[in-house]
Design a protein around this ligand. Structure first.
Ligand SMILES: NC(=O)c1ccc[n+]([C@@H]2O[C@H](COP(=O)([O-])OP(=O)(O)OC[C@H]3O[C@@H](n4cnc5c(N)ncnc54)[C@H](OP(=O)(O)O)[C@@H]3O)[C@@H](O)[C@H]2O)c1
Length: 293
């Protein structure tokens, strides 16, 4: 596992394991435990995923069994839209922390740029200063919303977790984050398995040069741009494959070849579409909650 240093000096693993849409508590515990055994140290959940307790149970067990120490783990969770606002965010944080059964959270993110996220941010700043959170950040913040928050808050977000994969590079968003000292982190680094990513000809061709699969090539490409990633799998062989990306690096010419895959927009979620905001806020879509893997 390799780490990256956040603006506040905290070390964050470059690769993490996410548990989106894994609502079955027993399965979630099992996958997290298996991921720890493979070597994953960063875990990404959210209040909206409905599985913080299962993640907490699994982590408690691996710590008790001596497989890993708490200080070797990096646990991320997120504040949902309905809990924005200063007081509500403090309460929601405490609920998440208790479900995760941890004394502190490594990274707490404002999940969506909706509702009173300035109030939420003030709560996060307070919790950070009290030592209950080691790093604070946001998710799904566009370059302009992120800039506004950075320039109008006492403590800047240390991370912005957004969609980034070979079909959506987000170069401008990354440039803005770098200028602001915010670490980019990718969700759906495998494009949620869409667009036949695992048999994509360009990824396969590049991967072949290093003896790696299309999935490994896609993941490594983000790491090579110093973008932290959280990926998900419910299969042991895939979890192992996704973790086996430390012994190669894409050449400059291969990185150039990746440019042809960039669509420049998302086919998963268009945050520029006001209907998406409406649906999120009205809870008509909360993909995190709906699906059960
Ligand atoms: N902040 C946000 O708003 C937000 C939004 C979305 C996601 N996230 C986070 O990011 C994490 C990852 O994103 P994601 O789960 O949406 O998508 P993803 O990691 O891009 O893709 C997951 C899909 O890829 C498959 N897969 C994984 N490794 C594979 C391999 N080596 N070969 C073939 N198939 C493979 C998985 O199927 P199998 O189970 O069959 O392996 C699964 O269907 C989430 O779990 C969550 O923690 C955050």
């Amino acid at each position: 596992m390799r780490n990256i240093t956040l603006k506040n000096g905290i070390e964050m693993p470059l690769l993490g394991f996410g548990v989106l849409q894994i609502k079955n508590q027993e399965k979630c515990e099992q996958y997290v435990k298996e991921a720890v055994e493979i070597g994953y140290r960063m875990f990404d959940t959210a209040a909206a995923y409905g599985n913080e307790r299962a993640v907490g149970n699994a982590l408690k067990k691996v710590i008790e069994d001596g497989i890993v120490r708490r200080d070797e783990l990096f646990v991320i969770t997120k504040l949902w839209i309905k809990d924005a606002g200063e007081t509500a965010a403090e309460i929601a944080f405490e609920e998440s922390r208790k479900k995760l059964q941890l004394d502190y959270i490594d990274l707490y993110l404002v999940h969506q740029p909706y509702n009173d996220y300035y109030g939420a941010w003030r709560a996060l700043e307070k919790l950070y200063q009290k030592g209950k959170i080691r790093a604070i950040g946001v998710s799904n913040f566009s370059a302009e919303r992120l800039t506004d928050l950075c320039l109008n808050s006492r403590i800047r977000p240390m991370v912005n977790q957004i969609e980034m994969h070979p079909f959506y590079h987000q170069d401008q968003a990354i440039r803005t984050m770098r200028e602001l000292g915010v670490q980019p982190q990718a969700w759906a680094p495998l494009c949620e398995g869409m667009k036949n990513i695992f048999s994509n000809k360009v990824l396969e061709k590049i991967g072949k040069r290093y003896g790696k699969s299309a999935a490994q090539t896609a993941l490594r490409w983000n790491l090579d741009r110093q973008v932290s990633i959280v990926t998900k799998s419910t299969r042991l062989d895939h979890m192992r494959e996704d973790f086996d990306i430390w012994d190669f690096s894409l050449s400059q010419s291969d990185r150039k070849l990746m440019d042809q895959l960039d669509l420049g927009y998302s086919e998963i979620l268009d945050y520029g579409n006001p209907n998406i905001a409406k649906l999120f806020i009205q809870k008509k879509i909360c993909r995190e909650i709906e699906k059960d893997v």
